[in-house]
Design a protein around this ligand. Sequence first.
Ligand code: SAM
Length: 289
Amino acid sequence: MRNKLTDNNTLKSVLRKKDFYTKKGLGQNFLINEQVARKIVESPQISSEDIVVEIGPGAGSLTQYLVEKNPHVLAVEIDKKAIPLLRENVQQFGFLSIVEGDILKIDLEESIKSHFGDFEKKIKVIANLPYYITTPILMLLLEKYDFIESITVMVQKEVGERMIAEAGTKAYGALTLAINYYTECVPICSVDSQSFYPAPKVDSMVLKMNIRQQKLLSKEVEKIFFQLVRCGFNQRRKTLSNSLLPFFMGDKEETRAFLKSLNIDEKRRGETLKMTEYIQMANVAWREF
Ligand code: SAM
């Protein structure tokens, strides 16, 4: 019978036995809520045909439910002291390959190939992400890899709210647009801070991102889209005729003409524009300016 790592006392005794102390600097807040762990693992509808990458498995709180689904699991963990925990508590109960490394530095495609060979079916990613590098990890996965089908993640609640914010709200920003551009993102559940050991100061949220299989823009226009988004949010209080100035090399007349040609009021702020409007601006900027 395996240890249920989502049980607080069991987890603590497993950690103690291995002389393992959680590291704040690595964002180590381990999940001790079985219901939430099962929800995360259920969301991507995993089958035995799937390759699933788990980022930051820690002691294996999520991993233990993941391997029950019988997919090929590759767990990438930066903390070498967590590896024996995974071996002892998870690996002997299911199919699990472990990579000791930094998800921001390893070549994920090569790691998958070296463990499972060439793969054609897109992979699924799950993670209870270390909060201190949530955005860099998400952006890396979305920008660099084109073989991902979905990403199911636990993030700090405030970040989750930014990922699904509506235009014009305080939470709406460059992150919202990037997530929206690459994925269709849906919230799965809220998670209170007591669902972790040690408990963090903030609550969390689980979201699932289905990666858009058709890119919304060509590579060239995409670059412009993100330049415009950066301008639109760099100084949130500025009106568009000012915030877009850097894109037009400081040419006020050209900035105004551009907005006029799109029927967008120059007095609006970047934070009020929906993604479709940024896309429209990028297309016109590419064609005509
Ligand atoms: N998945 C476990 C759970 O749900 O209990 C642990 C989640 S904990 C919030 C984040 C995990 O990510 C830790 O195990 C930490 O060591 C690991 N981690 C932190 N930075 C990492 C990185 N750059 N690459 C891979 N893993 C990382």
